[in-house]
Design a protein around this ligand. Sequence first.
Ligand SMILES: [Zn+2]
Length: 410
Amino acid sequence: MSLKDILDVSTDNSLSGQKWHMLRQSIVKRLLSYGNATIAELGSELQSSVPTVTKAVNELLLEGYVVDMGKITNSGGRRPSLYSINPTCAYFLGIEVGRSNMSIGLQNIKNEFVSIELGTSFVLENTQESLLELCSLINSFIEDSSVNKKMIVGACINLSGRINSMEGFSYNFFFSENQPLSEIISEQLGIPVRLENDTRAMAFGEYREGIVDEEQDVIYVNYGWGVAIGIITNGQLYYGKSGYSGEFGHSNIFDNGLLCQCGKIGCLETEISGWALVNQFKEAIAAGRHSQVVLDEDSNDLQHHAIIMGALNLEDSLCVDLISKQSEKMGRYLSMILNIFNPELLVVGGDFSLLGGYVLLPIQSALKKYSLGLVNRDVKLKKSNLGHRAGVIGACCVVKERMLSTLINN
Ligand SMILES: [Zn+2]
């Protein structure tokens, strides 16, 4: 039993065989796209008789594509059964690769995690060894889960930086001219792989499973070690021509002469980001300011976490002060994004969002001050509610959307 089999073309070439396959396929697509249904609803929507749909549903029940959810409650008469796609008929793997750790999760078709591991130690280096270790960690995770690899329809791997998702190339990590990275990893894992920019996947995760309600025009800000935005317009991720949209952190903003990690001077990240926060903290200490937080220079973990935790848990005045100043600046430059996109919702995610009001209030106040009144009136500001799981959830949502839309629309 594999979802791909039923959504693929029929192997039976007879006319009746083809028609029967199409009906079964239509039932599965209907349940996948619009949720549970009764036999009567399926018959009416698919313009097929009740006995024919009943026979097809019974077959799908026996084969494990569909499950009986029990009788529905209605006002009277005979209560019909409600049918659903079987949550275990397909699985999706989501992987978030950070600089010093990785997170990985396996979801069934109903977006329920059957296995998840957050923050596994992994140092991202631009080497063949690092790539092979990543693949080996993913393969071990799959082996340790109770799911047969054949049932995993696809995997999505989030990486930071420039990712061309359509062609499967990553330009910041593991770049190879000869073969797309998605293909290289797919060969190692034995399942189809899609690459996605980390911020874009997180934005999509918020849209599908997180704080986004009914809004269709959403800007998601990943405020962490680096800074980027994910753009959702009309309910769709916006990629740009080659998939490099959203590099807000590398906009030339400051005339400060500071070198950015991208090699340019004066990017937004040089003053507003996790790595800028670490530099600002060290400069303040060198200038004689006091803090309860001591940065561990030997730690593999990113040092901005220590400063964020210092503000959150200790209310350390230097940490709070630096973060408030950054967030006020962040609000100021996000006002440009509001003026350009006029979104319904602005979601703040990434490590800084853990701080709630310390970050959101200065952003809100600066947005009010610097964006156009009419534009500002349209937008709600919210904090991500997916926390550290945002990347993995986003990756699962992206791969599910892509794989199913390919199968359903073929
Ligand atoms: Zn830059």
